[in-house]
Ligand binder design. Sequence first.
Ligand SMILES: [Zn+2]
Length: 258
Amino acid sequence: MSFSDDERERYARHIMLKEIGGPGQQRLKGATVAIVGVGGLGAPAALYLAAAGVGRLRLIDDDTVSLSNLQRQILYASADVGKQKVERAWKALHARNSNVAIEAIAQRISGQDNAQSLLGGATLVLDGTDDFATRFAVNAACHSLGAPLISGAVGRWQGQVATFKSGPTKHQPPAQRLPCYRCFVPEAPPDAETCAQVGIVGALTGVIGSIMALEAIKEIAQAGESLAGRVLLYDGLRAESRTVALKRDPACPVCGHE
Ligand SMILES: [Zn+2]
């Protein structure tokens, strides 16, 4: 896979990094990244991944742009209110980098069957949705497809990012297997809160969405230390962050008993 003059100049600051270089940039160009939910987290992540030269971005969201989205969903402008998010996102991302092939899928992931078909062929999946049924379906599909999952969540002033690389692991000894999202969140919490209920600082979604894009670039370019098996917690009010190790649950309904 060779680069055009435009691409060589465009990605020059990546290519000079020893952890990315030409080979890492080639891997980015060869990758397909699916982004589930093009909202507060998916919008900044999509902008950075398009700018980074990921070969193919698949945007999955059935929502339309509302006025209250504009405080944080930086892909969209005032004139986009009422329009389909994935269509407006396509336009903004194509304007940023026309080397990237963008698939705009105006559908909602509602269960494992459609998750499996909408995520098939993805090198890696980003999930920034705030709905547990969708998160569980995306996790189960990623586990069975063997696609790494980078999951982000935000509320009020706090956010978190984790990477899950649980499958396919059947040939690995149990002690070396990594947890999946469901090992971390076994059931939807009964008191689950959404940003619509509790509020969210717009700039925090930019921080967490950008970390998701950064971890995606690291996974694809094979740079640095993977976040797999850990969760990074960020407290915006205290300006503090920490990472916590996650454990695999041998009784997990998705990755246990294998
Ligand atoms: Zn699991």
